[in-house]
Design a protein around this ligand. Structure first.
Ligand SMILES: O=C(O)CCC(=O)C(=O)O
Length: 291
């Protein structure tokens, strides 16, 4: 059950209190169909060289197929990643005048896909400020059965900022963390056309997909304009490709402005990584990706 709240409570208040909120009616039916097909095609192209059945993939890969920065090489996906209504909503939730896209990603949880292990997002990103929010867009909606997200309300305000490696491990031990011990996540089904937003510090996870269809999701991660790169060593393509120095503002064509932008004005994609990105599967130009 969602946390108890006044039905008239504004999404902004709810987001600031809980660290997540579902906003309905941001995409039309036509957009869900059109963008869903565009992302399907992009995922099929990027994963075409990978014929491993689910049980032969890594534990992480059994949670979802992950394809990043589709906006760069799939022009039909670009208007979704820079969707003005979604970006404007994200800016309002964070309460900032301008936002950049950190990266987008398709997260397709296949039929039989396992849980997504509990984690916070922010520790994966070398951004000093935690003015970050993810828009999670399920083209068919998400349900308890097909892998909806679950959140721990208020954890974004708890001071927790801890790296939990879900690539190689199992994420947070929820019983060991004071912020989550003895608590159940709030499972949030999302209707088609709605977008679920979560703060970069909200502890979250997702259910397994127990349906015969893939759970088709595209996400866009935004951060506040003016954010800077952390000074400790932490690599990431979003800053390394642009040569952004530790402590410098993260502002480049690799993380373009998402809001405000004129309607229909889309950023030009940067050149593909050269040499190809090694050790970053799922990114444009990764050796295993098709272009
Ligand atoms: O879609 C999922 O299963 C997990 C998504 C997630 O962890 C995120 O968007 O930060």
């Amino acid at each position: 059950m969602p946390p108890e709240s006044d039905a008239r409570e504004e999404p902004i208040d709810r987001f600031r209190r809980d660290g997540f909120v579902v906003v309905e009616g941001l995409l039309t039916d036509d957009e869900c169909d059109r963008f869903g097909l565009a992302v399907d095609a992009a995922v099929a192209a990027r994963t075409r060289l990978d014929s491993r059945p689910l049980d032969q993939r890594t534990r992480y890969e059994q949670s979802f197929q992950q394809c990043l920065n589709l906006w760069e090489d799939f022009p039909l996906v670009r208007p979704l990643t820079f969707h003005p209504r979604v970006a404007a909503t994200a800016a309002a939730l964070l309460g900032v005048p301008a936002l950049r896209v950190w990266h987008d990603q398709a997260l397709y949880k296949e039929a039989g896909g396992r849980v997504t292990d509990p984690h916070q997002d922010q520790p994966y990103w070398p951004l000093e400020q935690a003015d970050t929010v993810t828009a999670w867009i399920p083209f068919d909606g998400s349900t308890y059965e097909n892998g909806c997200m679950g959140y721990f309300p208020g954890t974004h305000r708890s001071g927790l900022r801890k790296f939990a490696n879900i690539f190689t491990g199992t994420g947070y031990d929820l019983d060991a963390l004071p912020e989550t011990r003895g608590r159940e996540p709030v499972w949030m089904p999302v209707p088609r056309g709605a977008v679920a937003f979560h703060h970069g510090l909200t502890v979250h996870l997702a259910r397994p997909n127990r349906t015969p269809q893939p759970r088709r999701v595209h996400t866009v991660i935004y951060f506040a304009e003016g954010s800077t790169r952390v000074t400790r060593p932490q690599g990431h393509p979003c800053v390394d490709r642009a040569g952004i120095e530790p402590g410098a503002p993260v502002a480049s064509d690799f993380t373009p402005i998402a809001w405000p932008r004129e309607d229909g004005d889309l950023p030009l994609p940067p050149p593909p990584p050269d040499p190809p990105l090694r050790g970053w599967p799922g990114w444009p130009g990764a050796p295993e990706a098709s272009r």
